[in-house]
Design a protein around this ligand. Sequence first.
Ligand SMILES: [Ca+2]
Ligand SMILES: [Ca+2]
Length: 154
Amino acid sequence: MVVNRQYSLPILTNKGNCKLAVWRSDKNEGATSDARDFKLLKLVYGYTNLFARITFYAVPNFDEFFFYADTGLTDATEILIKCHMNNFEVYKQTAPGLYNNKIYTGTPGKSGNDYSLTIPWNTVFGSFNSVKIWLYDMTGKDRLPDSNSVIVKY
Ligand SMILES: [Ca+2]
Ligand SMILES: [Ca+2]
């Protein structure tokens, strides 16, 4: 976060309370079950975590989908999060396309059509302050966004 020093006040320099949010909506795929069809991704950085909320077109019901994160630098920093109904597992890439270094396991939040992840930033992304994110469901063939990625920065 850039703070104009000329006008900075104590409350503006409280970096730990700075929150930045991005949203990306996605269409309802006719061929994909609404229970695993991505509608909206909201990403918020705050309090050393990345909060991700994925809204589906119905109450979520899926075996697995993938949450990809790319710091845009070396292969070794790319992240795959395997999202399940009752847990999510964070893997670091060890070779191109190979994600076998599990670095974190968390419990998702579920409420109505929402499925939420709290991802500890330093544990998962290290010192990078900008990450490209996209979602993909191999079964439903739904991707959010349809191409490229959503970028979260702090
Ligand atoms: Ca659908
Ligand atoms: Ca969709």
